[in-house]
Design a protein around this ligand. Structure first.
Ligand SMILES: Cc1cc2nc3c(=O)[nH]c(=O)nc-3n(C[C@H](O)[C@H](O)[C@H](O)COP(=O)(O)OP(=O)(O)OC[C@H]3O[C@@H](n4cnc5c(N)ncnc54)[C@H](O)[C@@H]3O)c2cc1C
Length: 464
């Protein structure tokens, strides 16, 4: 039976556009179904940073000897080996070649945009000129040059299989388009409360503090479509939650160094200036919330800064204390009682911290004094609750092999079904590898899924 297209791609973010383009470059006819009225999804809103090892731009920036092996070792160690090694390995191996592919397509990366984006000592984050939107536009432009068909306002809703269990079509509304292979790249499920409850309880727990910064179309549609074919789901309770005091819906990812962060019993437990990639996880381990303690002198001195314009600013803090959103007390003992902490623990913690401030060193967590360390001495004292609650991306998704083929729960492959981007669950562990660790794999695995799907459909043809 003649098919409408070799490959159908559901979802046109960075992953889907990379998949469509690479499938077309490999000789496949391609249809892209996009639920929105335009391409881009969360990728368009994103910084578009790309985490990769061994790139030409790293070398231009003086990072001469980074390798896929080093990236793999760091990735696996950071995640305590609780990820699929084969998928991580493939990402590491393909990160630099795919980065160069994207660069050659016309996305500009400058050496000054290479930075340490996670907790590794090696700078692997690559900032693109024009952020995620530029990447989307470059990919989409190339798709246009290759006669790839796009349908908009077309939400894929089901997969059709033939008698042999192979994918042979994709449904959208009452229509079906037939194909040899399908690539699911519908993004994550950050905008879907029900799926957050099921797959990302840490995020769901944050309750009305929680909000999602990505596309409203991030409904996790790929999960239901593939689960109907018994697809396996990988990576429970994973994603990136950014820390917030919950005052408003402003996206600020770092805490100012003048705050003292304590756990619910009143003990300090981390460097307040920790990278955002690990901060949320550190608070999660303390029970899902913590408190930022400071004194009146710190509050009064808090001016809008590069780190904070919306939250950690003197008049905002005074207003939130007046509204009861921040605890305020004339003594640390009273402050501890208000937040349910142990007064002895809080007093001891602050005494030790104040002594460190006097000596100009953070003897326990090595916070840089230059980050703004200051003692907590002048009443009234304040404590603002913090929660990891801003949902940036979700990490639970379809389980795939290293060729992006979607796996059933019995480890068999669903023939002709591929996944890429945030839809994939096999990659992310408990810790975010670093800025660019979500966008990078979207492009890497989008390109790979497109190539694999094209080859698969060519083999189907050859068998006829
Ligand atoms: C504000 C922001 C900043 C970020 N910054 C970074 C960063 O700098 N570095 C980094 O690594 N990560 C970052 N992330 C995360 C990263 O951008 C995303 O994980 C990534 O872009 C997801 O790409 P995707 O292609 O998988 O999904 P998306 O880009 O969301 O694309 C999915 C597409 O599928 C469409 N769709 C959904 N359902 C269907 C359906 N049923 N049928 C058809 N189409 C459908 C959607 O409309 C959308 O267009 C950021 C995220 C946000 C929101």
């Amino acid at each position: 039976m003649a098919r409408d297209y070799d490959v159908i791609v559901a979802g046109a973010g960075a992953a889907g556009l990379s998949a469509a383009l690479s499938a077309s470059l490999a000789g496949a006819s391609v249809l892209v179904m996009e639920a929105d009225k335009q391409v881009g999804g969360s990728s368009r809103l994103s910084g578009g940073h790309f985490y990769a090892a061994g790139t030409s731009v790293q070398r231009e920036a003086g990072v001469m000897n980074d390798t896929a092996d080093d990236m793999y070792e760091h990735y696996m160690t950071l995640n305590q080996w609780l990820v699929e090694p084969s998928v991580v390995r493939r990402y590491c191996d393909l990160s630099a070649p795919t980065f160069e592919w994207l660069k050659n397509l016309g996305v500009e990366f400058k050496p000054e945009g290479v930075y340490r984006s996670g907790v590794s000592s090696v700078p692997r984050g690559h900032r693109p000129e024009g952020a995620g939107e530029r990447i989307v536009e470059v990919l989409y432009g190339h798709c246009g040059n290759r006669n790839i068909d796009f349908v908009f306002n077309a939400r894929a809703s089901g997969l059709i299989t033939d008698d042999a269990g192979r994918i042979c079509g994709v449904r959208t509304g009452d229509d079906v388009a037939t194909c040899g292979a399908a690539i699911l790249s519908t993004g994550g499920f950050g905008a879907n409360k029900e799926l957050l409850g099921r797959h990302y309880p840490q995020a769901a727990k944050a309750d009305n503090w929680s909000w999602y910064i990505g596309s409203p179309f991030a409904q996790g549609d790929a999960l239901a479509m593939a689960e109907a074919l018994d697809a396996d789901i990988a990576g429970h309770d994973r994603g990136l939650l950014l820390v917030t005091p919950g005052f408003s819906r402003d996206l600020e990812v770092l805490l100012p160094g003048w705050l003292v962060m304590v756990n619910p019993s009143g003990r300090r437990f981390a460097n307040e200036a920790s990278p955002y990639t690990v901060l949320g996880g550190l608070i999660e381990k303390e029970g899902g919330h913590a408190f930022a303690v400071f004194d009146e002198a710190a509050r009064a001195a808090a001016k809008p800064s590069a780190i904070s314009r919306a939250y950690w600013v003197n008049d905002v803090l005074a207003k939130k204390a007046d509204e009861g959103r921040i605890a305020r007390a004339t003594s640390l003992v009273e402050l501890a009682k208000q937040i349910g902490a142990d007064p002895n623990v809080l007093e001891g913690t602050i005494a030790r911290y104040n002594a460190d401030c006097a000596r100009g060193v953070d003897s326990v967590y090595f916070k840089e004094p230059a980050s703004g360390m200051r003692p907590v001495l002048t009443p009234p004292f304040y404590a603002a609750e913090l929660r990891p609650a801003i949902i940036c991306w979700t990490g639970t998704g379809l389980r795939t092999d290293a060729d992006m083929r979607v796996l059933r729960r019995d480890e068999s492959v669903i023939k002709g079904l591929y996944a890429a981007g945030e839809t994939v669950g096999s990659l992310h562990g408990d810790r975010y590898i670093g800025g660019g660790g979500s966008y990078g794999p979207c492009v890497v695995f989008g390109k790979l899924a497109g190539e694999q799907a094209a080859v698969y459909t060519q083999n189907l043809q050859a068998r006829k």
